[in-house]
Design a binder for this molecule. Structure first.
Ligand SMILES: C[S@@+](CC[C@H](N)C(=O)[O-])C[C@H]1O[C@@H](n2cnc3c(N)ncnc32)[C@H](O)[C@@H]1O
Length: 373
């Protein structure tokens, strides 16, 4: 398969599966929601007659951020009682927007925080174009938010030989991913700078590598991406998939370090500083895997198979399309689906046979930015 644009191949698992299976991503946002409330207190008053605009970049089905967006609106409403407020949800064209609107209207299992009913003069719209380009008109955005999304690079520079993720890459391959990610980060920031009013703020919670080298699913136990790689290779060794299919399962992702996130802000000549953006704060933090925590809290009342059955769907919700898209499209869809089912079943069996060390702890870099000119 040829190297393809991320926009054509990435999607969270739809039909409500994403929010239902991704409790940890919601914990990440909920734990840091004070950063958005602080942004609501810090933004400059928008020009007279303008609504206040919030955008959630890479929102998936909107379920994980619903409470935090509600709290942000409450803070804005207290400060600007008469302003209309517009919320724009952005994601890729392949996103499940139907479920996004169902979540926001409380038509799914999540009936809480229906802010569109709670507050008057709040409007919602959605945009299915990737965040590497400008998505809103100049100088209209007050608060830009993004969680667990900007590690997706705009396209894979190459496949990663003998691994599935850049965390297992080295040499020229790693450099190619790093260069792509640096350019994408600059494009993201310059695009947001154009969209923001002077005095507007950005709050980003991005996957990254922390000062101790930890990243998603690699915080001291068994490395999740190494496990993906070993199990995918075993599918090839067992004759279930071809060499090409084995090779083509590279995640279009890059985990930046805090230093890489901060680099455009420390160089006076960078396009980002010239566009008026300044760093307010940047720190790394870990949110524990809720499925592992529940298993440990159960202290023997939950068996390893139950852990495995609750844990694998959270991995699957965001990784499935990578493995599905690596499979030869001339195979029947049913055959491709069966192969991916086998792959995740093997992961489940592995965890059930020995659960020690399996956990998907979240490692993020939390960044606050303001536009000063
Ligand atoms: C792991 S989900 C995070 C969803 C949600 N923000 C959360 O924190 O739970 C990543 C989301 O980013 C989206 N995404 C990836 N690349 C994107 C891009 N270039 N532009 C917009 N969204 C993107 C994916 O489609 C997916 O919905």
């Amino acid at each position: 398969m040829s190297i393809s644009k991320t926009a054509a191949t990435v999607a969270m698992k739809g039909g409500g599966y994403y929010s239902q299976s991704t409790l940890g991503a919601k914990d990440v946002i909920d734990n840091a929601s004070h950063m958005l409330v602080e942004a609501a207190a810090a933004i400059s008053e928008p020009p007279a007659g303008h609504p206040i605009q919030i955008a959630d970049f890479g929102a998936a089905d909107g379920g994980t951020s619903k409470k935090t967006i509600r709290d942000t609106i409450a803070a804005l409403r207290a400060r600007f009682p008469d302003r209309q407020i517009q919320v724009t949800y952005t994601d890729l064209p392949s996103n499940d927007y139907s479920n996004l609107f169902k979540n926001l209207l409380g038509l799914t299992d999540d009936h809480e925080n229906n802010y569109i009913d709670e507050f008057q003069d709040v409007f919602i719209n959605a945009c299915g174009i990737g965040f590497h380009r400008q998505l809103l008109p100049d100088a209209c955005l007050d608060i830009g938010f993004s969680a667990t999304a900007m590690h997706y690079i705009s396209e894979k520079p190459c496949e990663i030989e003998d691994h599935v993720h850049m965390v297992g890459a080295s040499g020229a391959t790693l450099t190619a991913y790093a260069n792509r990610a640096a350019k994408d980060w600059e494009n993201i920031l310059v695009a947001r700078a154009k969209e923001l009013h002077t005095g507007g703020h950005l709050v980003f919670m991005n996957f990254g590598i922390d000062e101790e080298g930890r990243y998603l699913g690699n915080t001291g136990g068994i490395n999740m991406f190494d496990t993906f790689h070993v199990l995918w290779k075993a599918m090839r060794d067992d004759g279930l998939i071809t060499d090409e299919e084995c090779r083509d399962a590279s995640f279009p992702q890059y985990y930046r370090t805090r230093q890489e996130f901060c680099a455009p802000f420390t160089d006076d000549n960078s396009a980002v500083r010239k566009a008026g953006l300044r760093l307010v704060s940047a720190h790394t933090g870990i949110v524990k895997c809720p499925y592992r925590s529940a298993y440990e809290a159960a202290a023997g009342a939950m068996n390893p198979r139950e852990l495995a059955r609750s844990y694998i769907p959270t991995l699957r919700s965001w990784s499935e399309t990578v493995f599905l898209n690596a499979l030869d499209p001339t195979r029947e869809l049913k055959e491709r689906t069966n192969l991916v089912d086998t792959f995740y079943q093997r992961y489940e069996d592995l965890v059930a046979s020995n659960p020690d060390g399996h956990a998907m702890d979240y490692v993020h870099c939390y960044i606050a930015i303001e536009k000063i000119t």
